[in-house]
Design a protein around this ligand. Sequence first.
Ligand code: NAD
Length: 353
Amino acid sequence: MSVELKQVYKAAVVGFGGMGSFHLQLAKDIDRLEYVGSYDIKEDRQEAARQAGLKTYDSLDELLKDDSIDIILIATPNDVHKDIAVRGMEAGKHIICEKPVTMNSAELQEMIDASERTGKHLFVHQNRRWDEDFLTMKKIYDQDMLGEIFAIESRVHGSRGIPGDWRQEKQYGGGMVLDWGVHILDQALLMVKEKVKKVYAVLTFVTNQLVDDGFKAELTFESGKKFWLEVGTSNFISLPRWYMLGSNGTAMIENWGMDAKVVVAKGKSEKDIVPVVTAAGLTKTMAPRREDTIHETVVPIEKSNIKEFYQNVVATVDGTEEKVVKLDEVMRVMKLMEAIFESAEKGQVVDFE
Ligand code: NAD
């Protein structure tokens, strides 16, 4: 039996702020998907949407009643994602929801239940799995370029503190675990395909006391592998974005958009090590390697295409593909964020899977 596909899926934005308006660019040139409408609680954002050529609605209800809209993008602060998503699916719309999908795993379960009940899709924009630095490190990991990997560090450092908008307030789902943690945790779980056995985390409150403005977390995987994750917003000098340690070598990516530097041992034994002498002493252990015992290469940054996210939305609604960002993956990241909060609050390692 042939399925009759809709010519063009019509989409509307709810929350036409920074990210909501950026989605118009993300979806530009996507075959058979078109943003046509918008609703925001702020009049200046309604005006901005009209300027961008969208029809604006006076209320969410009015938008939900419009039968010509197939898909709703939710790009509001995090606290209202769940209600808008559930109401949207009950009104017959597919949902694309910004990250973090919602505030906690219980709310996410309500959203998943609504999707199953209504038969409407819930897509989650965990877009940083298309980040090229991540894909480059994942390639180094997957191709065993460094021998047995025993530790990976992934961090993002900025120096502007937490943004001065709703991200500073807990009730709106502010804080850096929910904001940036979701991205780097999603990447970590896509890279190391093992159970996470233990989680330990510390939150920082350097620039405000209400929500975390950064965190450090240690994940211990089933094999004993460690993944250290960090978000910092008071870092005027940034440490490398990625640092990966294997039994035979090390890889590093300094910053977004950069190639990876890889150094591996050549297998030659090192005799006659020349010690490093400092003002206070001498060390052979920390002396640099002799050039002929190592091999240094560059792994060029992988190229990605973020358009795949929207192409997958269209194909999933058509029924010809499965979602790229799977809801069980989204749930696992959400539960990991909860484990981070729990560990930080108790000051203890917590068991995870
Ligand atoms: P923003 O403050 O710039 O925009 C939010 C907009 O939502 C505002 O215009 C606000 O008036 C509107 N709004 C608030 N409550 C509303 C409601 N009940 N109904 C309709 N509109 C409402 O915030 P932002 O930076 O665009 O973030 C929005 C969402 O996008 C957040 O969930 C955030 O985490 C996410 N985000 C994702 C990425 C990414 O790379 N995936 C990047 C930035 C932001």
